[in-house]
Design a protein around this ligand. Structure first.
Ligand code: 2DT
Ligand code: MG
Length: 214
């Protein structure tokens, strides 16, 4: 009988702009690697694919698209990597993903698209074992200096996105799969908090892989 091995865990980091999300992903990646964990870092949107290039041009305001059309492209950009996420997890690799379907839900519903409509195209994607939301207050966001020039990088919309993330979190419920982390704290404190949640999953999990939105 072959030895039964654990699959890799699927860890998602979500957050607003200026929440320190990308920095924390890099720190977490380094910490996992130095603990000897086989880990892959993904970023969505992946701006390098054919669909990703259309998304990139839209985000940089070089093109215009209907809100629903861009929402579906963001989702398609996740479906492009869904099977490779799944095979990596089955091979025992931990997948660390910078943003995921929750960003799609939060940003598009904050633009006024119906929430249930926004959920639909991501149904069936591999579900994370844990999602860590880096929650930054508007005050801390402002203190960290100006937003960039991309679409969505403006205070009023970010406040609506923050409220939308709160709704997503409420619907994800308890059970430790959705964790809000205070991202106003010092970088090292945030990193320690993330590690506290990720370390128990670092060596893999026996849990069956779930799908959104189960
Ligand atoms: P980055 O700054 O992290 O590259 O994100 N977004 C992202 C959506 O509107 N829908 C989605 O499905 C995803 C994944 C968040 C670029 C911007 O794109 C937004 C910020
Ligand atoms: Mg950005």
């Amino acid at each position: 009988m072959p030895e039964v091995t654990k699959r890799g865990a699927f860890v998602v980091i979500e957050g607003l702009d200026r929440s320190g999300k990308s920095t924390q992903c890099t720190l977490l990646l380094e910490q996992l690697r130095s603990a000897g964990v086989d880990v892959k870092l993904l970023k969505v949107p992946d701006r390098t694919t054919t669909i990703g290039k259309v998304i990139d041009s839209y985000l940089r305001k070089e093109s215009e698209l209907d809100d629903r059309a861009i929402h579906l492209l963001f989702s398609a950009n996740r479906w492009e990597v869904a099977s490779s996420i799944e095979s990596s997890l089955r091979a025992g690799t931990l997948i660390l993903c910078d943003r995921y379907a929750f960003s799609g839900l939060a940003f598009s519903s904050a633009q006024g698209l119906p929430y249930t409509w926004c959920r639909a195209p991501d149904a069936g994607l591999p579900a994370p074992d844990i999602t860590l939301l880096l929650d930054v207050s508007p005050e801390a966001q402002a203190k960290r200096g100006g937003f960039g020039a991309e679409r969505y990088e403006q205070t009023e919309l970010q406040e609506r996105v923050r409220a939308a993330f709160e709704r997503v979190g409420d619907e994800m419920g308890g059970g430790g799969r959705w964790v809000v982390v205070d991202a106003d704290a010092e970088q090292e404190a945030v990193a320690r908090e993330l590690w506290r949640h990720v370390e128990p999953l670092a060596q893999g999990t026996d849990e069956p892989l779930r799908r959104l939105w189960d």
